[in-house]
Design a binder for this molecule. Structure first.
Ligand code: RIB
Ligand code: CA
Length: 310
């Protein structure tokens, strides 16, 4: 059983990752940290509250994440992909007092302290909240067992710019810092998440069997996401489940991924290459070791993904 903390910017693919984590008996979801990214922090918190309510899991703590990147600049949101509210056509009916003006970040540290060397963090949004956790309390964060982050694009096109993936682009400074600081870190980049597709046929299959409120929102949000992806990549066979791919990496499913261990660095600043993820994949380069050396998922076995995604 994995004791997991999910750090998200709760838009559509984050929601699918969260639903999977809630339904998978191998995962004990200890908390969700929700911050800015696809949408602003308050909407992101509200969306998690909504999912937990639908799942009848209001016992799971929702922790306030960051509102903007470490450099203090205003964040860029993605309404074309996730909708203005983050869930496509759905406006979650959660009263504002449940999510606004909340400050409970210290709860994150308490949960880690209560579960020393047992917590798996899966970060599927910008790396800001995770970086802040390390900056505030490295002693506590050293008690995290392992960390998985969805982000980066190694030697393949980005999805926000020619070279950068959205989570790394959105806070390149935090992404670089986390990759250099966090021990036992696995990076799950676009190289593999772009192939983690859910097809419309599979969505219809899931919807036909949906019996609970949480299962019934899968189709409306994924239909919206599919239309958005058809604009981005005409003809794509389904929707890439970037964030689900990172949660599944944490489950150590045999033969799902191939990995290489490399030093990961992230380009920062005003340049056109902001958010570019860099690792040495030249012929002859070898696996590294030590802090700052991360495991990178380099290949996804699509058959294994499909047989585990339902
Ligand atoms: O690049 C894909 C990532 O950016 C996903 O985590 C998506 O939810 C957005 O945050
Ligand atoms: Ca995300």
């Amino acid at each position: 059983m994995k004791k997991m903390i999910l750090i998200a910017d709760t838009g559509i693919d984050d929601a699918i990752a969260l639903i999977y984590a809630l339904k998978n008996p191998q995962i004990d979801l200890l908390a969700v940290v929700s911050g800015y990214g696809n949408i602003d922090r308050e909407k992101s918190l509200r969306n998690v509250e909504y999912l937990l309510e639908l799942a009848n899991r209001k016992d799971i703590p929702v922790i306030t994440g960051a509102t903007r990147p470490l450099n203090g600049e205003g964040p860029i949101f993605f309404p074309d992909i996730h909708g203005v509210e983050g869930f496509g056509p759905i406006l979650p009916p959660i009263p504002e007092e449940r999510f606004a003006r909340r400050t409970n970040f210290s709860r994150l540290f308490q949960i880690i302290k209560d579960n020393p060397n047992e917590v798996t963090i899966v970060n599927v949004g910008r790396c800001t909240s995770l970086a802040i956790a390390w900056l505030l309390s490295p002693e506590v964060m050293m008690d995290v067992k392992e960390t998985f982050i969805m982000g980066g694009a190694f030697l393949v096109p980005g999805n926000v710019t020619e070279v950068a993936e959205a989570n790394f682009y959105g806070d390149a400074q935090a992404a670089h810092f986390v990759c250099q600081t966090s021990p036992n870190l696995t990076v799950v980049p676009l190289n593999v998440t772009r192939k983690a597709l859910i097809t419309p046929d599979l969505v219809d299959f899931i919807n036909a069997r949906a019996s609970s409120p949480i299962e019934k929102i899968i189709k409306p949000i994924l239909d919206f996401y599919y239309e958005a992806y058809q604009q981005l990549e005409p003809g794509i066979a389904g929707t890439p489940q970037h964030d689900l791919a990172a949660v599944m990496a944490a489950l150590d499913i045999p033969e799902l991924y191939s990995y290489s261990k490399r030093v990961v660095r992230v380009q920062q600043g005003e340049s056109f290459a902001n958010g570019l993820s860099i690792a040495d994949f030249r012929p002859g380069s070898m696996d590294c070791f030590g802090i700052g050396c991360d495991r990178i998922a380099t290949e996804l076995n699509e058959n294994v993904f499909t047989s585990n995604e339902e």
